[in-house]
Structure formats: C-alpha cells, structure tokens
Write a protein that binds this ligand. Structure first.
Ligand SMILES: *Cc1c(COP(=O)(O)O)cnc(C)c1O
Length: 435
C-alpha cells in the first residue's frame, strides 16, 4: 500500500510537534475550514470510486439521515427510561430486521457495528454452553474465511478457536469442520456471504453440525443481511442462510453497510428471547445502583440508532429492492468486465455484492495485482487488499453502479501500465489499522 503509506508519513512529518489543546477556543468557521482541509486527502466515496467502507444510498438517504442525526446527536441510549424513544427505535429496527430474516420470535439489540454484534454472539454462545452444558473450556469452529472479529472475540472472551481451511470454491468445508466439533464446542460459524470472496457458506449443513452437539450457530450476515432478502424478493436464487434454517441461533446484519445507514449501526438477533438472555449483563451490587447492559457499550449514542431507523423507514422494501437491483447489476458488470481483461480473474463465483480481483491462473508471475491497486489508487479508485491469494477486494454498492464502465476502462489501462512499470515490493494488506 505504498502510495497510502506515503500519504500517511507525509501527513505525520508535516506536524512534528504533538498537537496540544488550543490555549484559546477557536471559532466555528476556523474549525470547519480546518476539518474540510483535513478531509481533502480522504477517498472520494461521493464519486463512487471507493469499493468498500462507505455505501452510498443516494441524496434522499443522506438528507433523511442527516436530519435524524442532528435531532439525535446528543441523546444517550444508556438508559431508555430517560429516552424511551430510543428503546422504541431499537425494538422497531430489530423487529423489522427479524421479519426480513423470516422470524416472528427472534429478539435482539442494536450494536455499534458488525464487530460488536459478533462479540455479543460469541459471548452469548459461551454463556449458553456454560449454563446448558457446563462447559468451562469453550471452543468455536470457524472457516478460514470467517471475519477477523471472531478471533477478536475469542481473544477477548477466552475461547479456543479451530480455524478450518475453506474448500476450493472458498466455501466452508463441512467435513473438515465436523472433525473439529466436540463436547466443548459452543459455537460454529458460517457467513452469508463471507467477506473475502463473497460466497455463501453451506449454512444448513453447518447449523446441523452445531445442533448435533447442542452448540449455537451464528450466520454472519453483516454484509448480506440487507442484500440477500431483497435479492430473493427480486427473483434471485439465494442459498438458505436465515432463521428458516434449523439450528441457526444468532445472525448479525449491519445496517451501516448495505442497509445504507451512517456508521455505528448493526443488529444482533437471537432465535428467541430465551437465547437472548445469554447476551445481556446485569449487575446489582454497585454503589451506583442496578446496572443492566445489553451489549458491549455503556453510554450509547442515540445518533446511529435514529439514523438507522430513519434510513430503513425512508427506503422501505421497495427502496432496498431498487438499490439491491442496482448493486447486483453493477457486480455482474464488474465480474464480466474484469474477466474480459487478459491476465485478470475474479475468484470463485460471487453470490452477492462482494468480489475479489486477482491474477488469472497462469499469470501470477506476470500480473502484480497490488501494483495494479496502486495504479488504480493514483486514479482515485480505492480497494482493500487481501491475501492469500493476493487480491483486490470490492464491496459493490449502489453508489458504484454509475461508474462501473469508467472503472473497467481505468483497470485495463492500469494492467497495461503495470506490465511495463513492473510490480511493487509492498505486499501489505491492511484491512484495518492501529493508528
Ligand atoms: C464488515 C464485516 C464484519 C465486521 O463489521 P464491522 O462493522 O466492520 O465491525 C463482520 N463480518 C463480515 C462478513 C463483514 O463484512
């Protein structure tokens, strides 16, 4: 990621002294001008040139989200006795999501994002294992494609992880995972779709595996939760993944991804209220009084909750169907266009909005996909990079639909350019950063 790294080190060396709080407060105008200047180096998602991180639902979605954000900027969902509106918003968003995922009994909470939803699911599985099966050394079984957040959860909550290689089609390998399931297994995981190559794991088989030992099963639909239901309504064949599948106990679905809401909103759903109790934390022996907390946060901003509610109400089923149709059409054009460029391929067969672009078989020594990523970035196109194998990742959303052909033209140019300029030594693949 040489060119991003250059940008970052230039930014750092420009200011040698650590910044202190200004001695005297600054004016509104000066502050906004400086923030605008800071943003100048950020990716241009507003132009559809970013394949991930910001998902653009269009102007009317921005308008309703911004108005709701202003209204709920200062509110705190820590105690919904003080802010009953936020309790209501949470309940309505969870109920609407449960209905999309085909459950009348599912219950859950809003969280700050996919990672927090996954942390909650893993913690609930651990508590359930302890309560129902007296498990003191909990384990979980994951395909190698499962999101890094599951490893973070294992690290936080003290679970052992069995990470199992995916098959040649990048889907979870059911037999290999079955070999790792045992009496200490509290959770088995599959994704719909998995992030790296965008394929849907065999959820019914994996959930049955979990059920066979009384363990929980999580479908990670952080990406698919607000896409797959609408693909199905639009007439696509979608592999089974939601609460219609026996044995699925929890599902995560991020509203701040293809739900098109601003950052800070995801839903964690449990199959029923009985299972949901394993997620919550209650403490009644504090000088501060009775403390009950549904998820990881204490103080909780009302802003992402209200904006998520507002965007979902604004789009409705027909709005999401329209954005999903634009997204899947764009993904199809992208996949076909990439495969038409000599030397490039798309890994596996993407089933929703995610795909990975790599050197075509036989071209691995000649086509440096990361150098192509650098050349694209110089033209303003941003991809996350991943490995193995080396690939540029794309999360396609409706905001990318108008620029697919422009992108493909630039991509072909970049391939030709790198064929003469050669590869890059920088093999880093930052999905996320520490500072
Ligand atoms: C994005 C993502 C997550 C993590 O969500 P964050 O909102 O980034 O915390 C988990 N699983 C999948 C499949 C994802 O795409």
């Amino acid at each position: 990621m040489a060119i991003l790294a250059d940008r970052w080190s230039a930014h750092r060396s420009a200011k040698l002294a650590p910044m202190a709080l200004p001695e005297h407060g600054r004016t509104h105008d000066a502050i906004l001008a400086e923030l605008a200047a800071k943003r100048a180096g950020d990716v241009r998602w507003q132009e559809g040139r970013t394949f991930g991180m910001v998902y653009d639902g269009g102007e009317s979605v921005h308008a309703v989200a911004e108005a709701a954000a202003l209204m709920y900027l200062h509110e705190n969902a820590l105690n919904t006795v003080a802010f009953p509106s936020l309790g209501e918003i949470q309940r309505e968003v969870c109920e609407a999501t449960a209905a999309l995922l085909h459950s009348e009994s599912a219950a859950g909470f809003l969280t700050s994002g996919g990672t927090e939803s996954i942390l909650c699911a893993v913690k609930a599985a651990r508590e359930r294992g302890r309560a129902e099966r007296a498990i003191t050394a909990p384990e979980m079984v994951l395909p190698s494609s499962a999101h890094a957040a599951f490893h973070k959860a294992a690290h936080y909550f003290g679970l052992a992880v069995h990470k199992v290689d995916v098959g040649a089609d990048y889907r979870a390998d059911v037999d290999a995972m079955a070999a790792q399931v045992n009496d200490n297994t509290v959770l088995v995981v599959g994704s719909a779709p998995q992030y790296p190559q965008g394929v849907i794991d065999p959820i019914p088989e994996l959930a049955a595996l979990a059920q066979s030992v009384g363990a929980s099963f999580h479908t990670d639909a952080c990406m698919g939760g607000f896409v797959l239901p609408f693909m199905e309504l639009n007439g696509h064949d979608v592999a089974p993944w939601d609460f219609r599948v026996a044995g699925v106990t929890t599902i995560s679905a991020d509203i701040h991804k293809l739900g098109y809401a601003p950052k800070g909103a995801s839903v964690i759903l449990h199959r029923d209220k009985q299972l949901r109790q394993y997620q919550t934390f209650v403490f009644d022996d504090w000088l501060g009084g009775f403390y009950a907390s549904p998820n990881i946060q204490g103080t909780r901003s009302g802003l992402p909750m209200a904006t998520a509610w507002a965007v979902m109400q604004h789009l409705g089923v027909d709005g999401y169907r329209r954005l999903t149709s634009a997204t899947i059409d764009a993904r199809e054009r992208l996949v076909a266009g990439v495969r038409a460029i000599e030397g490039l391929t798309v890994l596996a067969e993407p089933e929703a909005q995610l795909l990975a672009i790599a050197a075509a078989p036989g071209y691995e020594d000649r086509v440096d996909i990361f150098a192509i990523g650098d050349a694209l970035l110089r033209r303003g196109w941003f991809h996350d990079r991943q490995t193995p194998p080396d690939a540029l990742h794309a999360t396609v959303s409706a905001g990318n639909a108008p620029v697919v052909e422009a992108y493909l033209g630039d991509l072909a140019e970049c391939v030709a350019e790198v064929a003469t300029t050669g590869g890059t030594d920088d093999r880093s693949t930052n999905y996320a950063t520490l500072d």
